[in-house]
Design a protein around this ligand. Structure first.
Ligand SMILES: Cc1ncc(COP(=O)(O)O)c(C=O)c1O
Length: 395
């Protein structure tokens, strides 16, 4: 019996597909430093767990499909800090930003419709798109340009009668680029001119460095009907396992459609929503220390990598990733070799091959994505292992 084309063709996550060989290396007793995945080691705020311990209901029942009202109110208050005025009805709580992206894709297009995305992009967009039959149409952002958005004329070249939306991510995974208000205004005008939705993945909104400030598409005026924001607590509160995200939009039809998708999967996890309420109630100061820690990590990784001229990279402005061009032909072969063959003092490093972050065939083969989510002594060791490995790699 055959499985569906969709199940056959969906791409394996480049972030996770080497996990089996990493586990084999660990079984052999090798320490593996994970630079492949955006799993921070920052502790989840204590108040998240406390709220769950204090939960007194005798039955862990289904909650509302669109999420607990108290969590939505906590989010409304949180966004008000950034002068983004929302109402609870503008929010549907999702099972992670991942489900929020699926909801947004399903709301804007039917199978065969197209979404224009600036590449390199968060690789799982491809997975969500193939699940709902949407086609991702890439425009390529260039490292020389700090991976900022390509010219609007390049987006225009990608338009077709099936184009339904533009999707962007700022601060960006995998490049760390933070788009400027002018860039976002220009892309907003493009969406308006061509009657498209503008989906913005802002799950890293708090993580910007060197005094840069994140500008949200929710702050663009005149686009209220087109904008759909993907949000999540995974990185914000280092709560990846909670699986709590949200879709935010002021477009009532979009929210009505998404609420029906949400009903079909009943509800997001109740206890983790309760924990999330506690996290959202933290004073905003909470982020100061976290941001300073990530900036320190970025600086360490950046300075070690830039000690080699043959490594080409941009200093990330936000999020916690670096996309680096290495003197190798194939990032996946290198990543496998690191886990299967290389070790120094019984330690090695795991990286995400760059190709999976591109849609255009052949692009990103000599690139890798590195996540600076581990504490500084480990990060420094991991970066130095990478340099040592490059000296030894003959691929
Ligand atoms: C850009 C981006 N969007 C969405 C997600 C999904 O996050 P989650 O489903 O954990 O909320 C991630 C996770 O790494 C991400 O990097």
């Amino acid at each position: 019996m055959n499985i569906s084309q969709r199940a056959q063709n969906i791409q394996e996550s480049p972030i996770r597909k080497l996990t089996a060989i990493a586990n084999a290396a660990k079984k052999r007793g090798t320490t593996v430093y994970h630079l492949n995945i955006g799993q921070p080691d920052i502790h989840t705020p204590e108040v998240f767990y406390q709220k769950i311990y204090d939960y007194e209901e005798k039955v862990l029942s289904y909650g509302p499909s669109d999420g607990l009202e108290a969590l939505k109110v906590a989010m409304v208050n949180y966004f008000a800090f950034f002068e983004i005025i929302l109402e609870p009805k503008n929010i549907v709580i999702a099972t992670g930003g991942s489900e929020a992206i699926s909801f947004a894709f399903n709301a804007v297009g039917d199978p065969g419709d197209e979404v224009i995305v600036s590449e390199p992009f968060y690789t799982n967009y491809s997975g969500y798109a193939s699940q709902c039959g949407l086609k991702i149409v890439p425009v390529t952002a260039k490292a020389e340009n700090g991976f900022h958005l390509p010219a609007i004329s390049e987006f225009e070249q990608k338009l077709s009668p099936r184009t339904r939306a533009v999707l962007l991510c700022s601060p960006n995974n995998p490049t760390g680029t933070v788009y400027t208000p002018d860039e976002l205004r220009a892309i907003g005008d493009f969406a308006r001119k061509h009657d498209l939705f503008l989906i913005a993945d802002e799950v890293y909104k708090e993580f910007t460095y060197d005094g840069k400030v994140h500008f949200s598409v929710l702050q663009l005026s005149g686009l209220e009907d087109r904008v759909i924001v993907v949000d999540s607590i995974s990185k914000r509160y280092s709560a990846c396992g909670a699986r709590i995200g949200a879709v935010i939009s002021r477009n009532e039809s979009v929210m009505k459609g998404i609420t029906k998708f949400a009903q079909a999967r009943l509800c997001p996890p109740t206890l983790e929503q309760v924990g999330a309420i506690g996290a959202y109630e933290l004073p905003h100061d909470y982020f100061k220390e976290v941001m300073a820690e990530y900036q320190k990590r970025r600086d360490i990784l950046y300075s070690i990598l830039t000690s080699r001229q043959e490594i080409i990279l941009q200093k990330p402005e936000g999020a916690f990733y670096i996309m680096a061009k290495l003197p190798i032909a194939d990032g996946e072969i290198f990543a496998r070799w690191l886990l299967n063959e290389f070790s120094d003092n019984n330690e090695t490093v795991m990286i995400a091959p760059g190709e999976g972050f591109y849609k255009t065939p052949g692009r990103g083969k000599d690139e890798v994505r590195l996540a600076y989510v581990i504490e500084t002594p480990k990060l420094e060791r991991a970066a130095r292992l990478l340099l040592l490995a490059l000296d030894q790699f003959k691929g």
